[in-house]
Design a protein around this ligand. Structure first.
Ligand SMILES: C=CC1=C(C)c2cc3[nH]c(cc4nc(cc5[nH]c(cc1n2)c(C)c5CCC(=O)O)C(CCC(=O)O)=C4C)c(C)c3C=C
Ligand code: FE2
Ligand code: FE2
Length: 335
């Protein structure tokens, strides 16, 4: 019986692609004040009156297009990753989701029941970068459940690892085989967030988004700045891959609502690049460590269509780290 237990935390998926399950999932997700950060009453009206009813049927169709025999790719891959990490580290590993199942309540209770010698649970968020709508909400939610539950074990949390050498190495090596084929451009497409989230996370109150190169000027704000962290991941990977500045760029995907989000938008970039002579593109999505709706459908299907319709000739979506040995080893080292 181990004193140290691992808990991997990811975002979660609906229980099925049925509209009612997708609606329930969207409601839980979007009622999170760290995702839609407006006061509770207007948020309730917006989510329940507008977003969930209109978005659920459209999202359900998208989920149906990626669903496998085993279930949602995000859940299936996260569970397989959990098993590999357990095997590799020799430590008991559990999985919980921020929205949907398995809940942190269920996972922590399982640990309590089946790991009676556990003294320390190490929470490993399956998000390399800090964003209030991803890493922060996942961590704070598990903390909240742990605080309420009177568990016998301590809770330790792994910091964002966007610049950790082993993560960078695993990510770079996952891209390398694709560079052997002819390509014109490597696009790093990260999940977007509203600019307001970046401003809220600025602990100096006067750094983030105050100049175009704020994320490249050293500042204590970077500890919580998603934009800085994704630029750092990109810079470190580019260094490993020996690419020059013309061969790659960064964009942000999955925009929702009418707020100003980080840009440029991936969909705009994919529509414009063929006109600038980019006919063969590679797209990598490092904000996601496991393939999911946003990588398989939004990039692999919609993004491909946008690029080819705009005159592109070859579109390659590079898979996420998923179950790569190097990634499993990197997690083992980070925990
Ligand atoms: C205001 C809305 C959203 C913010 C901010 C946001 C940030 C954010 N999300 C991820 C990772 C994932 N998001 C996924 C799906 C998804 N995201 C939003 C909205 C926001 N995300 C919605 C409504 C959905 C559901 C699908 C849809 O209707 O479009 C997923 C995939 C889940 C799956 O089941 O496969 C992931 C993963 C990050 C990392 C992030 C901030 C950096
Ligand atoms: Fe999202
Ligand atoms: Fe910044």
């Amino acid at each position: 019986m181990s004193k140290k237990v691992l808990l991997l935390a990811n975002l979660g998926s609906p229980d099925s692609f049925a509209v009612k399950d997708v609606r329930k999932y969207l409601r839980e997700f979007l009622m999170d004040g760290r995702v839609i950060d407006i006061p509770k009453v207007p948020r309730y009206l917006l989510v329940n009156g507008i977003i969930a009813p209109f978005r659920a049927p459209r999202s359900a169709k998208k989920y149906k297009s990626i669903w496998t025999q085993e279930g949602s790719p995000l859940i299936v891959l996260s569970e397989k990753l959990r098993a590999r990490v357990e095997e590799k580290t020799g430590l008991p590993a559990y999985l919980s989701m921020r929205y949907g199942n398995p809940t942190p309540q269920a996972s922590l209770s399982e640990i309590q029941e089946y790991q009676p010698n556990a003294e320390e649970v190490v929470l490993f968020p399956l998000y390399p970068h800090y964003a209030m709508s991803s890493y922060e909400t996942a961590v704070e939610y598990v903390k909240e459940v742990w605080e309420k539950g009177n568990y016998a074990f301590q809770l330790k949390i792994v910091d964002p690892y966007y610049n950790h050498p082993d993560y960078i190495q695993a990510l770079s090596n996952s891209i390398k085989p694709f560079l052997r084929e002819e390509f014109d451009h490597l696009l790093f497409s990260y999940h977007g967030v509203p600019e307001r989230h970046i401003l809220k996370g600025d602990i100096t109150g006067n750094h983030c988004l105050k100049s175009t190169d704020c994320c490249r000027t050293p500042s204590p704000a970077h500890k919580f700045c998603y934009r800085h962290q994704v630029f750092e991941t990109t810079r470190l990977v580019i260094e490993q891959l020996n690419l020059n500045d013309e061969e790659y760029s960064v964009s942000f995907q999955s925009r929702l609502g009418s707020d100003k989000w980080l840009g440029p938008a991936t969909s705009d970039v994919l529509a414009q690049l063929p006109g600038k002579g980019v006919k063969k593109i590679l797209v990598v999505t490092p904000a996601f460590v496991s393939d999911c709706l946003e990588t398989i459908e939004e990039i692999g299907m919609e993004g491909r269509e946008t690029f080819l319709e705009a005159g592109g000739e070859k579109f390659t979506a590079i898979p996420c780290l998923n179950l790569s040995d190097e990634w499993v080893e990197a997690i083992g080292k980070m925990v």
